[in-house]
Design a protein around this ligand. Structure first.
Ligand SMILES: Cc1cc2nc3c(=O)[nH]c(=O)nc-3n(C[C@H](O)[C@H](O)[C@H](O)COP(=O)(O)O)c2cc1C
Length: 201
């Protein structure tokens, strides 16, 4: 698949089929992930591939608990009245209740926390992973809610003290269709030479 087509049709795919995903495909997207840049080429990442039903169930519990704390009470729904925001909410709510059903959960971790460049040294790898998945037709979502249970998640997966989880990515064959993500037009957010100087394309 053309790279621009993959980028242009990549969006959070939160409704996944339970059809199996092969190890070969998982290796392929992880091999794309580790080609990403990182500060000083330190490659501070590790990825944990979780297929075990019981481990996924526990991760799903932590995730749903976090969802309930952050969103379900309605506290963080302010400004979510328009149709697209409520679509995102419904899809995120669905994922919160079905996380454990994804065939594979990938947890991206970083060694050395802030010293490793923080998110800047892991999210390029996560994005590579998600684009490679898109190219194969696999759906993904970058999620972070599990961070509310960082300690429990680390204990569950045997993650050492100095390592931090940065993203939990469900991977599976999507139920819906890939499509253009909703974004502000590029002309609105790009300035030329000086802040505020916009140009038409
Ligand atoms: C740092 C970060 C954290 C995110 N955490 C979550 C999350 O915990 N749960 C979730 O459902 N989506 C999460 N997302 C996905 C965003 O909600 C999603 O990318 C955004 O709504 C745009 O939607 P789209 O990717 O379909 O275009 C996260 C995205 C980023 C970049």
């Amino acid at each position: 698949m053309d790279l621009f087509e993959a980028i242009g049709t990549q969006r959070a795919m939160r409704r996944l089929k339970d059809d199996p995903v092969t190890d070969e495909d998982i290796w392929k997207i992880l091999d794309a992930a580790i080609k990403a840049p990182s500060g000083g080429n330190r490659q501070p990442w590790n990825f944990i591939v979780v297929r075990d039903v019981e481990t996924k169930r526990k991760l799903g519990e932590y995730y749903l608990d976090a969802w309930n704390k952050v969103y379900a009470a309605g506290g963080d729904r302010a400004g979510q009245d328009d149709a697209s925001q409520s679509r995102v909410y419904r899809s995120a709510e669905h994922l919160a209740h079905h996380l454990a059903e994804a065939p594979v959960l990938i947890i991206a971790t970083i060694r050395g926390g802030g010293n490793a460049g923080g998110g800047g040294s892991i999210y390029p790898a996560v994005q590579n992973l998600m684009l490679a998945a898109r190219a194969l037709g696999l759906g993904t979502t970058l999620t972070s809610l599990h961070k509310l249970h960082e300690r429990e998640v680390k204990e569950l997966l045997g993650i050492p003290e100095q390592v931090e989880t940065m993203a939990l990515i469900p991977v599976g064959w999507p139920k819906g269709k890939f499509g253009a993500p909703e974004r502000m037009p590029v002309e609105k957010v790009v300035y030329w030479e000086q802040w505020g100087d916009r140009r038409e394309q």
